[in-house]
Design a protein around this ligand. Structure first.
Ligand code: BEZ
Ligand code: FE
Length: 306
């Protein structure tokens, strides 16, 4: 009599049949779902969840630990803290969903790659003119960021809306402080030639919120909560696919160590060129004896229906 081998031992054909019968019954229970897509998702979810539980031979204690974990994630979640998205992020599920929904698109030029949205975007960030400063008092080394927005045929996209946001040098976004400051974020519009430029801050590494159940899971599995240094962008223009992405800092050791949410893509790693104190700035801004940096990020937007 043949036995099925699992990582934690073997099970008899009778046991395998009992388990499979339950899978089949649950899958069949969704057969009458009116919406065919809902039916497909629920049946597939059932198969994968049961396969997971069967493959690892989940104990009842482990099932309980999982329920407690999800309960804690629910309890810490509110309109500012979203532990379930964080969980999706650290499991790579967010990046996988992004990969599926933003497939590589190339016209004359390849469209810029997307990455995770993260929890720190807010609507209604202040508008700045081209060359303006997003810091709003946030601490950090000034960084000149410039580039063009084009479509995949190489045409400039005048008026493209560019949202940018980032953490300060202590690794905190404005919304993580309790004083309602608005800092390290803004939006601006590309000029008639699709060009944009602004002063931001040279990004530094910082941890994702790790004081909740997701943080505990990372600790238990000896994973770091730290993200590679980055600057967030969201670029929108009529008729073109909205791009949510970041740029990362070439040479940041955290890129090698591993970004905690798997967001790094090679095409998004940019040189941030350090500039000595008193080096002339592109717009004549007087930074006193502060050092600064500069980088270039040319954005290529795919067609909306790509
Ligand atoms: C962030 O980019 O700030 C971020 C992304 C995913 C999870 C947590 C933070
Ligand atoms: Fe971030």
């Amino acid at each position: 009599m043949s036995h099925t081998t699992h990582p934690q031992g073997t099970i008899s054909p009778e046991q395998a049949a009992v388990e499979q019968e339950l899978v089949d019954t649950v899958v069949a229970s969704f057969e009458k779902a009116g919406d065919p897509r809902l039916k497909q998702i629920m049946q597939s979810l059932t198969r994968h969840l049961h396969n997971f539980v069967r493959e690892v031979r989940l104990t009842e204690d482990e099932w309980n630990t999982g329920i407690e974990f999800l309960t804690a994630a629910g309890h810490i979640t509110d309109d500012k803290r979203q532990e379930f998205i964080l969980l999706s992020d650290v499991l790579g599920l967010s990046m996988q969903t992004i990969a599926i929904n933003n497939q590589a698109y190339t016209g004359t030029a390849p469209a810029t790659e997307a990455t995770v949205f993260g929890p720190f975007f807010v609507d209604d960030a202040p508008e700045i003119p081209i060359g303006g400063d997003i810091a709003g008092g946030a601490a950090g080394q000034p960084c000149w960021v410039e580039g063009t927005i084009t479509d995949t045929s190489g045409n400039p996209v005048p008026g493209a809306r560019i949202e940018v946001w980032e953490a300060d040098e202590d690794g905190f976004y404005d919304v993580q402080y309790t004083d309602a400051r608005v800092a390290g974020r803004a939006h601006l519009f590309a000029d008639d030639n699709g060009n944009y430029a602004f002063w931001g801050l040279t990004p530094t590494p910082y941890p994702i919120p790790h004081d909740g159940p997701v943080g505990k899971m990372l600790e238990a599995t000896r994973r770091s909560p730290v993200r590679a240094s980055h600057l967030h962008f969201m670029v929108t223009a009529p008729g073109l696919r909205t791009l949510v992405t970041h740029i990362f800092v070439a040479g940041d050791p955290q890129i090698e160590t591993g970004d905690s949410v798997f967001g790094v893509k090679n095409s998004l790693i940019k040189k941030f060129e350090p500039q000595p104190a008193n080096a002339p700035t592109p717009d004549g801004r007087d930074l006193g004896d502060q050092t600064w940096a500069r980088t270039r990020f040319d954005v290529v937007l795919a067609p909306a229906n790509a």
